[in-house]
Design a protein around this ligand. Structure first.
Ligand code: SF4
Length: 347
């Protein structure tokens, strides 16, 4: 894995992004922002599962007006997602949001841009330049989609820098993984600003998590990326859990337990699918970063079970429980789950 690209650090409501800080996991509410109670409820769910930044759509003045009471009740920093109307950005900043996300080209009047930038600067609120492949400016039409995405972001960076504004973060999202990877690679060479990674409209839970893991994973492996969002057609907490799984796979963050389980084969003589599912459910209630292995036989199982903090290698009717590489007991099949979880609690 390559050394992480050293970007310029910015602070979003007390969360550091870039400059070598841990990669930040973010998500977005899917409620109507005008519905304060439902939006706050979803933000609380996101906070509980470890979401570090929450973005909210601000489609109209009523949504902007709701931000103030949402902000009062949220612990996690909030980012207002603004399209087309600079007055919504001004209202969001006045309501106390910690970041703005703007799509280049949606607001092009220089006076309106200056008004947003001046307000953001006076509050030390960063702006994400969020380029989406699907909403690129028509011109220039030269170059690949990735090159045009980078050109759109660079143009916006120049504009903000000309207004003496440097609290910038950039995203370059496409549904297509090679396009996204190309765009971020290009951008990483051209700027010092931190990069927010994501594959846009990635899909339902399984397809979207896999697509995002491939795209985001390639970039993180190359040292590119300071914050991530896994965009899913699913509850927002799934986005956060998937985000942490990607980071855990690359040893970039620790977050809760890790379950290792074998796929089973003709050697397995127990209900390993059922056991693994039950262990997964019990681990979801634990916060400590413990690695637990659930293995289906005594041929290949002990290797993985030994490597984990706690493991079980199941044989016919009985299984060996491992803790930190040593067998600590052999238990009957009926006791697999409880014996394993007792060891997990003791780690
Ligand atoms: S651990 Fe055993 S049961 Fe599981 S896949 Fe490997 S050989 Fe098969």
């Amino acid at each position: 894995m390559k050394k992480r690209r050293m970007s310029r650090a910015i602070g979003v409501g007390g969360v550091t992004i870039g400059g070598g800080a841990p990669v930040v996991v973010q998500s977005m509410t899917k409620t109507d922002t005008r519905d304060v109670a439902a939006t706050v409820r979803q933000i609380k769910e996101l906070e509980e599962c470890g979401c570090e930044l929450v973005r909210l759509a601000v489609p109209d003045a009523e949504a902007a007006a709701a931000l103030r009471s949402i902000k009062h009740r949220a612990r996690v920093p909030l980012i207002a997602d603004i399209h087309f109307d600079y007055r919504l950005a001004l209202a969001a900043l006045e309501a106390g949001v910690d970041g703005l996300r703007l799509n280049p080209g949606n607001i092009s009047d220089p006076k309106q841009i200056a008004a947003m930038v001046n307000s953001a600067r006076s509050r030390s609120v960063p702006i994400r330049i969020g380029v989406n492949a699907g909403s690129l400016p028509k011109k220039p039409a030269r170059g690949s989609v990735a090159q045009r995405m980078v050109a759109a972001a660079l143009e916006q960076i120049d504009l903000l820098e000309s207004l003496d504004f440097g609290l910038i973060k950039i995203s370059l999202k496409a549904f297509d993984v090679p396009t996204t990877v190309e765009a971020y690679r290009l951008m990483a060479r051209k700027t010092v600003y931190p990069l927010h990674l994501g594959i846009t409209e990635a899909g339902l839970l399984r397809e979207g998590a896999i697509r995002s893991a491939v795209g985001i994973g390639i970039l993180l492996y190359e040292g590119i990326g300071d914050t991530i969002r896994v965009s899913l057609t699913a509850e927002p907490r799934e986005e956060v859990l998937a985000g942490y799984e990607i980071l855990k796979c690359l040893d970039l963050r620790e977050h809760g337990p890790t379950l290792v389980s074998c796929p089973t084969c003709g050697r397995c003589e127990v209900d390993l699918f059922g056991l693994a599912r039950e262990v997964e459910a019990r681990l979801a209630m634990i916060e400590k970063p413990v690695k637990v292995a659930v293995m289906g036989c005594v041929v290949n199982g002990p290797g993985e079970a030994r490597d984990a903090d706690v493991g079980i290698a199941c044989g016919k009717g009985k299984g060996a429980i491992f803790r930190r590489g040593e067998v600590v007991r052999t238990v009957k099949e009926a006791d697999f789950l409880e014996s394993l979880m007792r060891e997990v609690e003791g780690v």
